[in-house]
Structures are given as structure tokens and as C-alpha cells.
Design a protein around this ligand. Structure first.
Ligand SMILES: C[S@@+](CC[C@H](N)C(=O)[O-])C[C@H]1O[C@@H](n2cnc3c(N)ncnc32)[C@H](O)[C@@H]1O
Length: 284
């Protein structure tokens, strides 16, 4: 059977997590996907002609071989270059205007970003989706001039994933808003996500309340050993859990007040509705 022509070849399917990242890549971008593994994201975006060019970078020879096969199979070798390399070092200056680093740990992402600061000079949008320790990446972004413009929290399989979309700008802007409760200090927002905390959606609240419960359980297990060191660690875990619960409660209250405020300003809003329960009752 003859090979399918490049334009007939299927677009690789994206997981919900990769699809959410793809949704934040502007059309016409020159994309770099660092830690690409099998290069599904750049290949899909190139195949859809959403990006004009992409560089898919991975450290492991096995991943590079997989990525190369993917590029050929989907007929995008003219638009996607696959390179073996460590982080941004594999890019040429000015080659990419959008960088995605997803599925790596927060510390690794910070190391990658900090190692090659000038490569980022021509990058207008940086999208990070750490597997863990997103707070470390938010802290780096804040001290390096990257402003958070969007955040996504989504569940893919059994796991929650955060996606942080950033552009050059005032890195503190996302952390300031009128009506921000005092419990939502910057240190807490680095963990909770400033944009996510402001929206305080139910899924986000559940995620952090569950994290607080898990931390309390860890404190109990840690304290059980009875050593002074373990007891101190357990105290730290309990403080973290309490601080997190207070912050989530405060964010929930602030988001409700903001919704009520915007409804009472709306000329069509029914009067006399005070709580989310009242509103739900009216809807049902
Ligand atoms: C779990 S995969 C993530 C794949 C894809 N980005 C995603 O989000 O589904 C992480 C990939 O990052 C690669 N990686 C780890 N450290 C790297 C580095 N310093 N530079 C480039 N790639 C790296 C690994 O080899 C691995 O293929």
C-alpha cells in the first residue's frame, strides 16, 4: 500500500492536559517544546498548521527516536525539528517565540529556565505545566519578570495538573486584586495559584482541602515516631494544613462576594439574593 500523503495523515490525539496546553499556544507561533518525549504536542499543532514551526527537545535518546518517528509518521518533518539536548540549550537564539515545558518536576523546570536566561529574550509566552512543586516555578517567574496571564487546573486520569501561562510583564500583577483577603498572602498564592485562587472554583477548593487533609494525616504518621525532630516536622505539616484551609475558605468567600457584587450591579439581577444557596434555589 502506498504511503498516505502528509496532508492525509491523522492529527495525533492530545490528552486533556496537552489539549489544554495547546489551547494557550497562539496561532502562528514558533514553538519550542522542552521535554517533548514522543513530541505529540508539537506534531499535533504542526499537523493542524496552528504553529508555523516547532522544535521538539528531549534529553533522552529513546525519546528523541520516538519523536523522530512521530514527526515522520505524521508528515511534519518540514515544520518540526527534533533535537537531543538539555533544556533551552538545544535552541538557537530567536528560534522560538513560545516555549512549553510540561510534565517535568518544578525544580527541574526552574533549573532549565535559570540555566539559559538569554534564550528566553525573544520568547513572548512561556507555558509551564509542572508535575510537582508548581510553587517553585511561580516563585522563579515572579523574580524573573514573567506575569501570569492564565492558570488552568484540570484532572486527567487520577491526577490534578496545573498549567501556568505567562508573558513578559509585571510579575506581581496577578497577585493583586481589589477585595483580595488578607489570608491570601503572596507566599500562599505561590502554592495555590493567584489566578486559580481568585476564581476559587469548586474543583480548586476540593484539591487544596484534600491536600490539607493529606498533610494532617502525614503529620499524624510523622509524630507517631515520637522523636523531637519528627514532632517538629509534624507541627510544620499541621501549620501548613491550617494555613491552606484558611486561605481556601477566604478565597471561597471573596469569590462569592465578587459574584454577588457583580450581580447586584447588573440591572437584570434579581434583588434580595444574598448567598450561593439562594441563587442555586432560584435556578432549580
Ligand atoms: C514525563 S515526560 C513529559 C512529556 C510531555 N512534555 C508531556 O507533558 O506529556 C518528561 C520528558 O522530559 C524529558 N527531560 C527531562 N529533563 C530534561 C531536560 N533537562 N531537557 C530536555 N528534556 C528533559 C524526559 O526525558 C522526558 O521525556
Amino acid at each position: 500500500m502506498a504511503d498516505a500523503r502528509p496532508t492525509d495523515r491523522p492529527v495525533p490525539s492530545l490528552s486533556p492536559r496537552l489539549a489544554a496546553i495547546a489551547a494557550h499556544v497562539p496561532p502562528g507561533a514558533r514553538l519550542a517544546d522542552i521535554g517533548t518525549d514522543h513530541a505529540v504536542l508539537p506534531v499535533a499543532l504542526a499537523r493542524m498548521r496552528h504553529v508555523v514551526a516547532a522544535v521538539a527537545v528531549d534529553l533522552r535518546p529513546g525519546a528523541v527516536a520516538l519523536a523522530n518517528r512521530m514527526v515522520v509518521r505524521h508528515g511534519v518533518a518540514d515544520r518540526v525539528a527534533v533535537r537531543r539536548g538539555d533544556g533551552l540549550a538545544a535552541l538557537r537564539d530567536g528560534e522560538a517565540d513560545v516555549v512549553v515545558i510540561s510534565g517535568l518536576g518544578g525544580s527541574t523546570i526552574v533549573r532549565i529556565l535559570a540555566a539559559q536566561p538569554t534564550t528566553l529574550d525573544t520568547v513572548g509566552r512561556l507555558i509551564v505545566a509542572p508535575q510537582s512543586e508548581t510553587w517553585r516555578v511561580r516563585r522563579w517567574l515572579m523574580t524573573n519578570g514573567w506575569a501570569i496571564v492564565a492558570e488552568v487546573l484540570l484532572r486527567d486520569g487520577a491526577q490534578d495538573y496545573e498549567i501556568v501561562v505567562t508573558e513578559r510583564g509585571d510579575p506581581r500583577a496577578a497577585y493583586r486584586w481589589s477585595g483580595r483577603p488578607s489570608q491570601l498572602r503572596t507566599a500562599s498564592l505561590l502554592w495555590l495559584g493567584p489566578v486559580l485562587a481568585r476564581a476559587a472554583e469548586a474543583h480548586w477548593q476540593d484539591r487544596w482541602r484534600r491536600a490539607a487533609d493529606d498533610r494532617e494525616a502525614l503529620a499524624d504518621r510523622t509524630a507517631a515516631s515520637g522523636s523531637t525532630r519528627a514532632i517538629r516536622a509534624a507541627v510544620r505539616h499541621r501549620r501548613w494544613a491550617a494555613r491552606t484551609r484558611r486561605a481556601v475558605d477566604a478565597a471561597e468567600g471573596a469569590a462569592e462576594r465578587a459574584t454577588e457584587g457583580s450581580q447586584s450591579r447588573s440591572p437584570t439581577a434579581p434583588t434580595g439574593l444574598r448567598t450561593a444557596g439562594d441563587r442555586a434555589a432560584v435556578r432549580s
